[in-house]
Write a protein that binds this ligand. Structure first.
Ligand SMILES: *Cc1c(COP(=O)(O)O)cnc(C)c1O
Length: 404
């Protein structure tokens, strides 16, 4: 048989393995057992010796979580994956592993070069947990390759952290170029690919060392499971990720693992629908008199439109940001309160369409001036497009806009 398509692999990987001739369940069950018995003490000894691909104690992995790790390894084309209790746990884990010198088993990140445009909690993580343990943090604009090259040369970072598409301003990172610059300087590149998912882009294939996801978003997709995944390109980094995750107890539980794995089976269907609907909605909003500006990579008005088209195979993701003509918090709140279908809720990537106001959620920690410096105005709304009928979503948005 020829190589299967990614979508097919997302449905079957790690499930119903009939290799040993036994009758097996089609879908991997939720194995809640914390321990496993072997036929003899010697066999148990062998299981421990073989390491964390075996099951013996749940903190070192169980069949349900292992299946999720297998499918994500295949999805990203990596060496292996570690499922974590949240996206933040996966990011923390990735920074620790990336900041572990070769030949060492102790995390010592020296200097993290991070994108300006990171998820809000990442800034807190870097400031209060990474920097306080002695690492330096430098921020730069990861869309400006001259700046990235200059900062890598000046700071000599050992860890570089970037998001594939940033949130909420939807800036697109040139991962292949950043990976080349990082590699030449012996730094490891972490890409948070939550907004792109393996359907739009596979950062490890572009040279990244670790790809992380908040599985709470598109992978799970139904707004009912918290989780994260870190996938490694090399076995050295994979071993480090596993060692830290299993020592620090950052594991994902079996129930959540199954919910997320179930979500992944429809990821391509959902995301293709969300991309198509987002383009339709962004195009309509751009014509609306109550909207000053729409930020969506699929619009020709987006400064990286051509680059996005090349990177993501002609798709542009399910996230839209737009600025109201009335550039104020009052107008933003009035708009959100006037919606009846689209939910004013903070997450993204779900089957439900949701709007959020970044100053009250992801960018709450920043001052007004800091937000404005980042380009986040007072009337900026972020929309995560769901899988409802696109005309129903658009009608709800335009009806609420008409009330402003
Ligand atoms: C939500 C999110 C995170 C954090 O993930 P949790 O699962 O909430 O811990 C990190 N990065 C991005 C881009 C996110 O959207």
């Amino acid at each position: 048989m020829t190589e299967l398509h990614l979508n097919t692999k997302l449905i079957h990987t790690g499930e119903h393995d009939r290799a040993d001739g036994r009758v097996v369940p089609t879908s991997t069950p939720i194995h809640s057992s914390t321990t496993y018995v072997y036929s003899s003490a010697a066999a148990l000894d062998d299981a421990f010796a073989a390491g964390d691909t075996n099951v013996y104690y749940i903190r070192h992995g169980g069949p349900t979580t292992n299946q999720l790790e297998q499918v994500m390894t295949v999805a990203e084309g990596g060496r292996g994956a570690v499922a974590c209790s949240s996206g933040m746990a996966a990011i923390y884990l990735a920074i620790l592993a990336a900041g572990t010198p070769r030949g060492s088993m102790a995390p010592q990140p020296r200097h993290v070069l991070a994108s300006h445009d990171l998820y809000g909690a990442d800034h807190v993580l870097l400031r209060d947990f990474i920097a306080t343990h002695g690492a330096q943090i430098t921020y730069c604009d990861m869309c400006d390759m001259g700046q990235v090259a200059a900062q890598i040369e000046e700071c000599e970072p050992d860890v570089v952290l970037v998001e594939s598409i940033s949130n909420p301003l939807l800036k697109i990172a040139d991962i292949a170029t950043i990976a080349k610059l990082a590699r030449a300087a012996d730094a490891r590149l972490i890409v948070d690919a939550t907004l792109t998912t393996p359907i739009l882009q596979q950062p490890l294939q572009l040279g990244a060392d670790i790809v992380v996801h908040s599985a709470t978003k598109y992978l799970s997709g139904h707004g009912d499971a918290l989780g994260g995944v870190a996938v490694a390109r090399t076995s050295l980094v994979l071993d480090t990720l596993r060692n830290y995750a299993h020592t620090l107890g950052m594991n994902l539980g079996a129930f959540e693992a199954r919910m997320i794995s179930r979500g992944i089976k429809t990821l391509e269907l959902r995301l293709h629908r969300q991309c198509a609907s987002a383009l339709y909605i962004a195009t309509a909003l751009e014509q609306h008199p109550a909207v000053k500006r729409v930020i969506y990579p699929g619009l020709t008005s987006h400064p990286q439109h051509a680059f996005a088209a090349a990177q993501f195979g002609g798709k542009f993701g399910g996230m839209i940001a737009f600025e109201l003509a009335q550039d104020s918090r009052e107008a933003a709140f009035k708009f959100m309160d006037a919606l009846s279908l689209v939910l004013p809720a903070t997450s993204l990537g779900d089957i439900y369409s949701m709007v959020t106001y970044p100053p009250l959620s992801s960018h709450r920690e920043l001052s007004v001036d800091q937000r404005r410096a980042q380009g986040i105005g007072d009337g900026l709304i972020r929309l995560s497009v769901g899988i409802e009928d696109v005309d129903d979503i658009l009608q709800d948005l335009t009806r609420a806009l008409a009330l402003l």
